[in-house]
Design a binder for this molecule. Sequence first.
Ligand SMILES: [Zn+2]
Length: 58
Amino acid sequence: MADVLQFKGKPRMPDQTLCRNGHHRWEVVKSDPFAVRRGELITRFRCKRCGKEKTKAQ
Ligand SMILES: [Zn+2]
């Protein structure tokens, strides 16, 4: 069980700590069916780490 003890305490996904602090790793989502909303072009972003999405009007 030594391996288990060694593994314990190590964060599984340290990157997501950044996400919780608001530092997401945004990448543009392409082929977005909702790209055009009310006549405005919307760019959608998704975080590569946690999957959170946001949109930005051009
Ligand atoms: Zn994130």
